[in-house]
Design a protein around this ligand. Sequence first.
Ligand code: 9UX
Length: 65
Amino acid sequence: MPAFELKLMGLTCGGCVNKVTQALMTLESVNQVEVTQTAARVEGNLSPEQAIEVIENLGFEAESV
Ligand code: 9UX
């Protein structure tokens, strides 16, 4: 399964980490995620741009690294 990493900005507590994790895991195309307050590794059949859109819709910022 392909994977990519993102830099995350605006996550200030563990709750934010949980929000991002749950939003990504809800996507059928996502197989596995590892999220911290500053970075995410996403494994699945989706583009980084798709994951960034989901994260930014939560009010955070994300960019490919
Ligand atoms: Mo923590 Mo984040 O109280 O969206 S959940 S700041």
